[in-house]
Structure formats: structure tokens, C-alpha cells
Design a protein around this ligand. Structure first.
Ligand code: I6G
Length: 684
């Protein structure tokens, strides 16, 4: 709705309504993770308010959602004295230490059993937020616990932090404590962005959060994906506090403050330990890093009775998880050769326990990273292992560098084949120039060729490929089609039956599609989606191989870099020979004329919501794009289909409201396949 009658009172009312609506949607999106409207609607409301405020500057109030990035860059942060000090927590590193904590608590209270609130301990930065009459007036970092830095202007840019509390029965003064942090998805996206802008990346989400919050220019903080959970109250004037910490957290949530959904009330030390075990199992599935869990005596009168010792409460303890980062020494650096010849430096390490597993190798990514971090053999380094990500060296402790630490140099020749190693000026990655003559590249190329989404040769696993290449039975992927059952049965851990099965699987793979074949060739930058686009656009292998860079760029989504890789792949006589040998071995697919007729889905708009079990969102999107369809982020009257996977978001409801056709995963796959089939039929 826009203001039709621009009387001062109508404008004022509309501005107030817009502020309320925007804050409400902020709350749903950032605090409850349950948005009700598409982003476009939110943006529209914000723009309407911005327009109104631009035309009527008197309407601007400091807690308007338009004023989140209101402040100019600072020279330095002002100091804030914490009237109620920001304490630290005692740590427990073992079950025994938790049992000791519980025993001390029970003995002091003279009770048999205590109820605890259990919460996650997020790896972020502790921040204190001060609300006066429901308005955020100050935010400060912990600092040394007594003096911190005034980061109000920056904290105001966090959409998860309400500028005004919700509700009517608000305290005159509220000082809330919490943790500001970055989600893993946000952290990865930020590092990706930093990397692509040639700027420094962050070693972990905690550093990224700290670096982002301590920016002198709030506009920079506003760009960073920071969020927060609050975990306690330092002061509350004009409010009757509840009896329990768990209820206090609910009260905070009721005022619109973000509280961790992982908070539980547990009975006794056994309840604490069960919570620890459960969170330990789920640690890798959370979208933020936690370094442990915190147990707090739930009853506030008991907390009061227990009091504090030195600078930590006696009523709380942090039960730490095994660290994700550890120190160890670099024993050497070796180079691994990948499918495209990329040489990856891998640090051989003195074995160390990280996050509950022994780590003795860690990736250094590429030579540019080795140089940037200045990693040398003999250095003490920080290794990090998070979730199922490959362990990596995140940094060096220069103070601990021994006098004889040796610089890492890129080998001049490939460690696997002896061909020259080439590093193009300005590129991070160095490559072996041996192409498919290099056994390391050959093994990777054969593995890729045989993989499920390429030629789908069932049973051709990693160890088998190693043996086939090492014994000289497979020099190019075309040799796979000449293998006899006897040759395969002769390999380690193979019998006659499994050899026969493998030969059948190889046989079956002869009949394929052009898209799979193109993907299987392992051309740089040609993933599944690009291969499908090429197949659809050019319809025959000869047309692809004959296309120059310009013609290739005529296909949807093919840019100059991909086009160059394709041209240079087919320009190499060796690659052309392999392709010819594969065709001679009977590898075949249906070909057609380049497609001129649009596909049945061309021009139709899809919106995807929820999780699809059989294909990732990116794949779904690229298949749709390859069919000429459009993929939008929000549902509107122009949407033709909404595809709803598991746990769909509010887009599904919006689709129902607008009467847009909703497809479940099965129906969507059917539609895709039919459209792709129709495309192929037209091509044939
Ligand atoms: O640093 C902290 C992280 C999490 C905390 C904390 C917390 O509760 C979940 N609680 C207190 C009381 C303190 N620091 C001092």
C-alpha cells in the first residue's frame, strides 16, 4: 500500500506502520529463522520507508530500520566501562571435571540434585547490549571484562539485533550479554568474496566475526554476515525477573532477542553429560562453530547463593569439546597431482589430535597460499580440522621458527611423471604439463571418467584404478574398453566373478549420452551442467569440437574461460586420439542437429524451496537454465511452478496463496526429464 493522501498525519502513520512491518519481518527472518514474505516484498517495504523519510526528513527516528548503517566511520572506538563486569567461565575438559563441578555445587547448596540449563558455547565474541526503555542505546565488546570498546554503530547494523525490544511491558534498563558470531555459510561466502577481490581471508569464523565487528566503518560491518544469540542478563531495572535462568531466556526471546534453539533444562550431572554427548554428535551439522557447551544452575536463587570465585561464576561451567585447531610441526611438504594436473602442496605433520582425530597431513591449497602464509619446513603451524573438511594449515607461529627452517619451493618437474611444472604468471595454481601421460593425472582422469555421474562404471574403485594404471593396463580411458576378464581377475583382490561384473559394467557404459561423455572427458571447467548445455546447444560431438571460442560462447552460460579450455582440450592431438579411440571402442550416444526449437520449459519461471533428495539445488537450477527456463528467488504471480522439497519455506505458502502450481520432487524430475527428452527428440 502506498500513501495516497499525503496529509502529514497519514504520512506519519504510514511511516510508523512501515517501521513496524519491517521490524516484524526482521524478527521473523533473523531471529526466528521463519520469514513470511519473499525478500522482494521486504525490500519494497524498506524502499517505501526510505522514500518517505527522504521526502519528509522529520520522520527519521534513530531506531528506524533505515538507520542501521547511520553512522560515519570512526577514528577509534570509545572505551566503555562495564558497570557489571563481563566475567569469564571456568572450563571443564573432562567428564571428571564436570562431575567435580556438580559435586561442589551440590555441596555448597546442600542438595542432592541440581537442575541445569545446558547451552551451546559458540565460538564468537562476547558483547554487552544496553537497552533503555526498550531502545538499543549501547553495545560494547567484552575487552578485559571491565573495559571494552563501544561498538554500538556496528552492532546496530546486525539485523538480528533489535533496535527496539518487542512488547509493552519492557524494563527501563536492560543489559543483556550474548555472543556475536558468523555462521559457517556466511564465513565461507565472506572468504570466497574476499578471495575474489584479492583481499585477505579469515582463518576461522571467530576471527572473521571479530574482524567484522571491530571495523571503524559501520558500512563494512553491515556487509558482513554477523548474527548473535544472547545468553544472560547483567542488569534489569523495572522488571521482575523470573525464578529460573531458562525462564529468563524465554523472557528475552519474548522481547525479540535471539536465543539459541539448543537451550535445554537437564537434570543433574547425568543430564549435562548426555547433552554434551548429543551436541558432540551434532556439532558438525550445526551452521556455526561451538567450542563446547555451558551448564548453568537453573534456579536464580541458587545462583545467588553460589556467587562468584575470582572472576567466574560458581554456578556455571564451560565443558569444552576437543579443539578444532592445534599446534604441530611441519615435517615436510609434498605435492599431489590432481586430474587437471594441479599441484597441491600437502604438509606432512608431526601427528596431532585435532577435534578428536589424528591429523598427520594438511592441505596448503596452492603455492600462492604457501607464500602468503610463509609456511616453511620445520615451522610450528596451526592446523585446523572442522567437520568433514580436509585438515588445513591456517597459519604459522613465526616466533617458533627454527634457524634451519627450509623454504618450500615448487618442484620444477612433476613428482609423478617428471614433466615440467608450469605456473602461469598471476595464477595461484601450478600444474604438471604431462597431461594424460602423467600417471597421477591419468589415475584421476580414469576415476573421473568412471564416476557415477560420468560414464557410471560400477565397481571401478580407486584401488583398482591405481593397479590398472600402475601395471600399464590402462594408459588412456579408451584402454578400459579393451580389458579382458582374465587381465582384471589377475589384479589384487579380484576374482573371476568380480572381474566379469566389471567387464559387464564397462560394456554397459558404452551406451551413454553426449552430455555424460563430454563431462567424462574431464575438460577443465566443464562440469555436469556445462556438459549438458554443450550437448543441448551443439547436439553432436563434431559440432562441439569444431566450435571456436566465439561459437562456444554462443551457448547459454558459456563464458570466455570455459570456451578457451574447451578449444584447447580438443586442439591437443592426444585428446583427439583418445576421443577417436573411445568411439572406435563402441562408445556411442544419440546425436542430432543443433537445436533451434525452444524446449517446452523455455521462458517459464521456477522457484525452488526446501531440500531435494536426489539432486542439489545448483544442479536443479542449471538443468532448468539449460532448458531455457528461469529460476527466481521469490514467488510472484509470474511464477509458473514452485518446486517444493523437504522442509519447504514460506515460498510454498506464498505459492498456495497465489494459486501457483506446486511440484513435489517426483513431479519435478518427471517434468525435467520430459523436457530434456523433448529437447533431445527435437535435436535427433
Ligand atoms: O562466554 C560465554 C558464553 C556462553 C558465557 C556464557 C555463555 O552462556 C551460554 N555465560 C556466562 C555466564 C558467561 N560467559 C560469563
Amino acid at each position: 500500500m502506498s500513501v495516497v493522501q499525503e496529509s502529514p498525519s497519514a504520512v506519519r502513520l504510514r511511516a510508523a506502520e512501515l517501521r513496524r512491518l519491517i521490524e516484524h519481518h526482521n524478527y521473523l527472518y533473523y531471529v526466528l529463522d521463519a520469514p513470511e514474505v519473499p525478500d522482494a516484498e521486504y525490500d519494497r517495504l524498506l524502499r517505501e520507508l526510505q522514500d518517505l523519510e527522504a521526502r519528509f526528513p522529520d520522520l527519521v527516528v534513530s531506531d528506524s530500520p533505515t538507520q542501521r548503517v547511520g553512522a560515519s566511520p570512526l577514528e577509534t572506538f570509545a572505551e566503555v566501562v562495564h558497570e557489571v563486569p563481563m566475567l569469564s567461565l571456568a572450563n571443564a575438559f573432562s567428564e571428571e571435571e564436570v562431575r567435580d563441578f556438580d559435586r561442589r555445587v551440590r555441596e555448597r547448596l546442600g542438595v542432592e540434585r541440581v537442575e541445569y540449563t545446558a547451552e551451546t558455547k559458540i565460538d564468537g565474541l562476547a558483547v554487552s547490549f544496553r537497552y533503555e526503555e526498550g531502545r538499543l542505546v549501547r553495545a560494547a565488546t567484552r575487552g578485559d571484562g571491565t573495559r571494552g570498546e563501544d561498538v554500538t554503530a556496528n552492532v546496530r547494523t546486525l539485523r538480528a539485533v533489535p533496535l527496539r525490544l518487542r512488547g509493552s511491558d519492557l524494563p527501563g534498563l536492560l543489559e543483556v550479554r550474548g555472543e556475536v558470531f558468523m555462521t559457517l555459510a556466511g564465513f565461507r561466502a565472506l572468504n570466497e568474496r574476499q578471495r575474489s577481490h584479492g583481499e585477505k581471508t579469515f582463518a576461522n569464523p571467530r576471527n572473521a566475526a571479530a574482524g567484522s565487528l571491530r571495523q571503524l566503518d559501520p558500512a563494512v560491518t553491515a556487509e558482513r554476515p554477523l548474527t548473535f544469540f544472547c545468553y544472560g542478563v547483567a542488569r534489569c531495572e523495572g522488571c521482575g525477573l523470573p525464578d529460573r535462568h531458562s525462564e529468563l531466556l524465554q523472557t528475552l526471546a519474548g522481547w525479540g532477542l535471539r536465543v539459541s534453539p539448543e537451550v535445554r533444562v537437564v537434570a543433574g550431572v547425568e543430564g549435562c553429560l548426555a547433552y554434551y554427548a548429543e551436541l558432540g554428535r551434532r556439532r558438525d551439522a550445526l551452521d556455526y562453530e561451538i567450542d563446547g557447551v555451558v551448564y548453568k544452575v537453573d534456579r536464580l536463587d541458587q545462583q545467588l547463593a553460589l556467587g562468584f570465585v575470582s572472576r567466574a561464576p560458581r554456578w556455571a561451567v564451560a565443558h569444552k569439546f576437543p579443539a578444532r585447531e592445534e599446534l604441530t610441526r611441519v615435517l615436510g611438504v609434498e605435492f599431489q597431482v590432481g586430474r587437471t594436473g594441479a599441484l597441491t602442496p600437502v604438509a606432512r605433520l608431526e601427528p596431532v589430535q585435532v577435534g578428536g582425530a589424528t591429523v598427520s597431513n594438511a592441505t596448503l591449497h596452492n603455492m600462492a597460499e604457501v607464500e602468503r602464509k610463509d609456511v616453511r619446513v620445520g615451522d610450528t603451524v596451526i592446523v585446523r580440522r572442522a567437520g568433514d573438511v580436509i585438515p588445513e594449515v591456517v597459519g604459522v607461529l613465526p616466533d617458533r621458527r627454527p634457524a634451519d627452517a627450509a623454504q618450500v619451493s615448487l618442484p620444477r618437474v612433476c613428482p609423478a611423471c617428471g614433466a615440467d611444472v608450469v605456473r602461469v604468471e598471476g595464477e595461484a595454481v601450478a600444474r604438471c604439463s604431462g597431461g594424460l601421460y602423467c600417471p597421477a593425472q591419468r589415475k584421476e582422469a580414469v576415476r573421473h571418467f568412471a564416476s557415477r555421474r560420468a560414464m557410471d562404471i560400477e565397481g571401478l574403485g580407486e584401488k583398482l584404478v591405481d593397479q590398472l594404471v600402475d601395471r600399464g593396463l590402462v594408459r588412456t580411458v579408451a584402454d578400459l574398453y579393451a580389458l579382458s576378464p582374465a587381465q582384471i581377475a589377475d589384479l589384487e583382490r579380484m576374482g573371476e566373478k568380480s572381474a566379469e561384473n566389471l567387464v559387464h559394467a564397462i560394456e554397459r557404459s558404452r551406451r551413454t549420452t553426449l552430455a555424460r561423455f563430454l563431462f567424462a572427458l574431464g575438460i577443465r571447467e566443464v562440469g555436469e551442467a556445462t556438459a549438458r548445455t554443450l550437448a543441448r546447444h551443439f547436439a553432436s560431438l563434431d559440432a562441439v569440437t569444431a566450435a571456436d571460442e566465439e561459437a562456444l560462447q554462443g551457448a547459454p552460460d558459456i563464458g570466455p574461460i570455459v570456451a578457451r579450455h574447451i578449444v584447447s582440450f580438443f586442439a591437443q592431438p592426444h585428446n583427439r586420439e583418445v576421443v577417436a579411440a573411445l568411439r572406435a571402442a563402441g562408445v556411442e550416444w544419440e546425436e542430432g542437429e543443433p537445436r533451434v526449437v525452444p524446449t517446452p520449459l523455455a521462458g517459464q519461471t521456477f522457484v525452488l524451496t526446501g531440500t531435494l533428495s536426489t539432486l542439489g539445488r545448483e544442479e536443479a537450477k542449471s538443468r532448468l537454465l539449460a532448458l531455457g527456463a528461469k529460476v527466481a528467488g521469490s514467488v510472484s504471480a509470474r511464477t509458473r511452478y514452485v518446486v517444493a522439497g523437504a522442509d519447504p519455506g514460506s515460498k510454498l505458502e506464498r505459492a498456495r496463496e497465489l494459486g501457483v502450481e506446486v511440484l513435489d520432487e517426483g513431479a519435478f524430475l518427471g517434468l525435467l526429464q520430459r523436457a530434456e527428452g523433448a529437447g533431445q527428440a527435437q535435436e535427433a
